[in-house]
Ligand binder design. Structure first.
Ligand code: NAI
Length: 332
């Protein structure tokens, strides 16, 4: 069995980090055939938009994508390529496992959290209007359907992975309808999973406790905006955006992506750390059930990080992208 995967190389350091990832997967014998599709700057030049239909269609056909970081053109009234992709493909699950890796400066020892972010609603619905000059209304949407499907996904993931405790994050005292609906959907679906511990927590309380002691938490379920903000906070607990993978998953397609940006300051210099895209590709392999090859690559990554000899600059080392990549291939 081989898998055809749409590859969005991305802008800035994107081609360097996706290129390194493809090399490592090929060296490990991962059964993947890549289908390159334009996005970001390249797509702007050819199609005038950062996420063209041809790319969305490729992902729809293959049902799988791996994405490097994309720059969002400033001005011009474009929807961000990432938001377009999530909405057009209905990738309602934002999944971000946050784990401490060996030799990553600033990581909380033993950190092991999983965040689920509802990807399609909330303030990201883009419903805003100016009521009178100087007064703007921005609508937060929250449907029972969206709350239930993300909750179900989170519970199923937990059951499958043996995760024990979930916190649903909200600000229900302030937004009793919007956040209350999300909490109610979580509780309704949770009733089908009595063997999983189910708690809720205010977004402010969560923001206080996470940096003090993240080991208090296991799985977090959040609406779009809270998820956006707190997933970056959790990436900080793991040592930064450069080491955290992510996935956007729907019922018909899944796109795996690094959560860092295009790093224009180091683009083209061979310094970028490919770890975040590589770990995202491992999530892709696990998603399709290729656990064995994913596990083999993960062990090689841990070996290289643990040895500490070939770390990239962002991890305090002197290795470039190629040296780090080749060290992982050697460890394989
Ligand atoms: P950034 O993540 O690109 O860079 C922040 C800092 O982290 C920089 O110093 C950079 O060198 C470093 N860094 C990031 N990834 C790294 C890696 N893999 N290896 C080593 N160092 C790394 O964030 P910034 O500067 O705010 O955004 C730059 C561009 O990226 C913007 O156009 C933004 O819109 C876009 N962006 C795209 C995202 C995506 O496609 N998912 C996410 C975030 C930003």
């Amino acid at each position: 069995m081989r898998y055809r995967v749409t590859l969005l190389e991305g802008d800035g350091i994107g081609p360097e980090v996706t290129g390194a990832t493809c090399r490592i997967l090929a060296a490990a014998g991962a059964p993947i055939d890549w289908e390159k599709a334009p996005a970001g700057g390249e797509a702007m030049e050819r199609y005038g938009v950062p996420m063209p239909e041809v790319t969305l269609q490729s992902i729809r056909n293959n049902r799988l994508g791996l994405k490097g970081p994309l720059m969002t053109p400033k001005g011009g009234g474009f929807r961000s390529a990432n938001v377009t992709m999530r909405q057009e493909l209905d990738l309602f699950v934002g999944l971000r496992p946050v784990k401490a890796l060996p030799n990553v400066p600033g990581a909380w020892p033993g950190l092991d959290l999983v965040l689920f972010r509802e990807n399609t609603e909330d303030l990201y619905a883009g419903i805003e209007h100016e009521v009178t000059p100087g007064t703007v209304v921005s609508l937060k949407t929250s449907t029972t359907k969206a709350g239930e499907r993300i909750s179900r996904w989170a519970f199923e993931y937990m059951r499958y992975r043996g995760r024990r405790t979930i916190h649903c994050c909200h600000k229900a005292p302030i937004n009793p309808l919007a956040d209350g609906a999300f909490l109610a959907a979580f509780r309704a679906v949770g009733a089908e999973y009595p063997y999983i511990e189910q708690l809720d927590v205010g977004v402010d309380t969560l923001s206080l406790f996470l940096p003090m002691d993240p080991s208090r938490f296991d799985v977090l379920l959040l609406q779009n905006l809270y998820g956006d903000i707190l997933s970056d906070l959790c990436a900080g607990l793991a040592g930064g955006l450069g080491v955290v993978p992510g996935a956007n998953i729907g019922s018909k397609a899944a796109v795996f992506e690094a959560v860092h940006g295009t790093a224009p300051d180091i683009a083209g210099q061979g310094k970028a750390n490919p770890l975040a895209v590589l770990l995202s590709a491992l999530m892709l392999l696990e998603y399709v059930g290729e656990w064995k090859v994913a596990g083999r690559i993960e062990r090689a990554v841990w070996d290289v990080l643990g040895a500490g000899k070939h770390l990239t600059g962002d991890l305090g080392g002197k290795a470039g992208t190629v040296e780090f990549t080749e060290a992982i291939i050697d460890a394989l």
